[in-house]
Ligand binder design. Sequence first.
Ligand SMILES: Nc1nc2c(c(=O)[nH]1)N[C@H]1C(S)=C(S)[C@@H](COP(=O)(O)OP(=O)(O)OC[C@H]3O[C@@H](n4cnc5c(=O)[nH]c(N)nc54)[C@H](O)[C@@H]3O)O[C@H]1N2
Ligand SMILES: Nc1nc2c(c(=O)[nH]1)N[C@H]1C(S)=C(S)[C@@H](COP(=O)(O)OP(=O)(O)OC[C@H]3O[C@@H](n4cnc5c(=O)[nH]c(N)nc54)[C@H](O)[C@@H]3O)O[C@H]1N2
Ligand code: SF4
Ligand SMILES: [Mo]
Length: 825
Amino acid sequence: MDRIADLWGPRTPHAKGTVWPARVDQYLADGLAEDQVDRWVQSACLLCSNGCGCEIAVRDGRMVGIRGRAGDVVNHGRLGPKGLYGSTPWASSPDRLTHPLVREAGRLVETDWDTAMARIVEVSRRLLADKGPLTHGFYTTGQLFIEEYYTLGVIGKAGLGTPHMDGNTRLCTATSAAAFKESFGADGQPGSYTDIEHCDAIFLYGHNMAETQTVLWSRILDRTRAADPPLIVCVDPRRTPVAREAERTGGVHLAPRVGTNLALMNGLTRELFVNGWVDEPWVRAHTVGAADLRSIVEPYTPREVARVCDVDAGELSRAARIFGESRDVLSTVLQGFYQSHQATASAVAVHNLHLLRGLIGRPGSGILQMNGQPTAQNNRECGADGDLPGFRNWDNPNHVRELAELWNVDPLTIPHWSPPTHAMQILSYAEEGSIGLLWISATNPAVSMPESARVRRVLAGDQCFVIVQDLFLTETAQLADVVLPAAGWGEKTGTFTNVNRTVHLSEKAVDPPGEARSDLEIFLMYADAMDFRDRDGAPLIRWRHPEEAFDAWREASRGRPVDYTGLTYEKLRGPTGIPWPVNDQAPEGTDRLYTDAVFPTDTDRCETYGHDLLTGATVTEQEHRALRPAGRALLKGARHTPPHETPSEDYPLLYTTGRTVYQWHTRTKTGRARTLNDAAPDAWVELSVADAARLEITEGDVVRVESPRGAIQVRARVGQVREGAVFAPFHYGAWDPAGLDVDASPSRQANELTMTVWDPVSKQPYFKTAACRVTKIRAGAGPAPAPTTAASAPATDGVPPTAGGPPTTTRRVDTPHYPNDPGAR
Ligand SMILES: Nc1nc2c(c(=O)[nH]1)N[C@H]1C(S)=C(S)[C@@H](COP(=O)(O)OP(=O)(O)OC[C@H]3O[C@@H](n4cnc5c(=O)[nH]c(N)nc54)[C@H](O)[C@@H]3O)O[C@H]1N2
Ligand SMILES: Nc1nc2c(c(=O)[nH]1)N[C@H]1C(S)=C(S)[C@@H](COP(=O)(O)OP(=O)(O)OC[C@H]3O[C@@H](n4cnc5c(=O)[nH]c(N)nc54)[C@H](O)[C@@H]3O)O[C@H]1N2
Ligand code: SF4
Ligand SMILES: [Mo]
């Protein structure tokens, strides 16, 4: 099959309440036959949060292909286009980093590890001696392994004692974690993928799952294309494949004005109250805050929501009725909420809807506050993102003491005198120079952070010493003082956890190129050189190998909601990934949380005392105690406010950004997979038919898009976005694999236009709300380079369909037994 043309593969429809059938997808590069593969190595796909169980094909010491694992609870054997075509080609790309680089007289030159590490340690020691640990900042990722995050977390928190640690997870799914903490007391995905098999309706909020978790979407399609399908409700300003499926199933597509999610959510919530769809006894027994919530949402009548969001009042009511009257509902939430205005309040509103009806903790009634990156969850769990390991509360002295005992350090070493520093604040400190050493691992902020011109200036300046640890000489690495070559997926061993808590072991399949080393080895090298010690003078970090690091992390998770104590490498070498908590009570893992409707909100147990959702003001321990949540969930609301930047005469359109199915972020991997790159080779912007007509822009024209912060020049796709909005994919920076002339100014990088603003609670930057104007520069020669297969489909005929993937195989196999699957009982 050509999986560029066919994103989701063939359907395996099945009835409600039955197990999702297995189907094994496989791709071998260069037309290799199966018997030419030397060995298959167990892993899970690292190209999105879905974490599909897989095996890597190895031939002559190279990764040459991939196949799904039929027994894995996550994907039942399937893989999507990115997983198939994009997992391995980057690894043998000739431009991999193979030696450390250091800056000499303005230029990056090759060196050896000793020299590079000595330079880092010299700066590090000098800054510590002169000004203490607040001079150190770490900006990591959602793409390393548990073992690496935990090690980095201990270095930062117990070795150095800096609160300035965060990840690109802040840009990604900080809101997911924040929303869980506000509603349920701690992070932790309540729902399960098996909810798809049991639900009667699925609500997708700002989530283009069809492109961003293609395998999960095929799981949904296998229900919507069978008897007894669930209704789909989609909230997205674009007519995505999700929106089209909503129309097809008789559900609803609500396309709100960009930046108005909370008004829409308040409208849905009010409908539950006024139509008597609230399960009053359940709400009384298991929640706190219903009366306040009711008064907050009271003004949001369907008419008022229609006015603010520019959606049809009747359609809003119809969506509310589907939520109110379906027996079981599954909700998913992603960047259309997390990166848009009032992010945490909007994500929490999804929890409120479920809580008001008691739709949580049973098959079919789940919430998936999605992750995006494959290992974002682990950064949150292990504490490399500012949170304390094990979902501990930085504001609770007992939680800090537990960690101090575990690490055998003084509790005062562990930063907990103020909230952890978030990514955009770390950048500001680096800008001022109060952070004098910034260590960036596995992320490319020169392309992915908002307001690119500022980011470039900060990273290139002399006020801060910048270390970049990556596979490639990215746009960010080019600005660094030291560049460290890292081993990637398949070149090292480690574990990670997908969006529904399922933990996988990813084994080393091949050696990294040249002198590249695993991130774990690099962090340990630094710890050794700095000679971090515990209270008794013993080495602070006592592990050397991934498995030992994993065992150390398991101890840190003991007794916490995120309990890994029952997991071992040995157990993870079995047929499937295993969802946490895994412990004596649940030795085979846990499919869904909160089956007993008891939430970790107790003041002594919770991960946060919470915030005011409108302002972000923190709730104190005393205030939290006075609430007496005692295991009940919290209903919290806020009124809608307008976004930071609204359309004006100069900038009359709303600018929003996101993804396409074929590219992964800044394309360091997918750009090196020719099949994928050819399907989406260059940047574009999507305009509505009405706006394009008004601006006299037609398909493929070259346009200039400007905001008060910058400009890009790209081709126009007249497509599926709602009127008044402009959508830009954020994947395209200066680097280009096909040698396109992208040095031309203005650039094509979506973040030239975005703003430095963030959500008051989760501190997640808003990549999806800015104002812009669009001007035609010249007529294009042919259509825009945007794919036709999904949300960027053209509105006009005559654009050749996106196709051309080399053959993959897909075969039906007997459906194995999946532990914990309620359909199998
Ligand atoms: N192919 C591919 N898959 C990926 C990734 C990738 O780069 N490429 N990245 C992974 C990662 S890290 C992430 S975080 C996820 C992200 O996955 P998604 O969140 O699904 O992806 P996005 O395209 O960022 O945004 C989703 C939708 O939000 C809509 N939107 C924009 N503004 C608003 C708004 O104001 N309100 C509402 N309701 N919707 C709005 C957009 O139209 C878009 O369709 O994808 C993961 N999967
Ligand atoms: N405008 C706009 N901007 C956005 C978004 C948006 O929707 N719109 N989305 C945001 C989101 S959700 C995300 S997740 C970010 C993603 O943004 P980035 O994190 O910048 O994206 P990637 O391209 O995945 O960068 C990962 C880097 O890590 C390297 N790498 C991969 N594996 C390893 C490894 O094992 N070790 C090391 N050391 N390096 C490795 C890769 O080569 C790559 O350079 O972008 C954010 N920026
Ligand atoms: S859905 Fe995500 S994890 Fe699964 S194969 Fe595709 S990119 Fe990989
Ligand atoms: Mo993300």
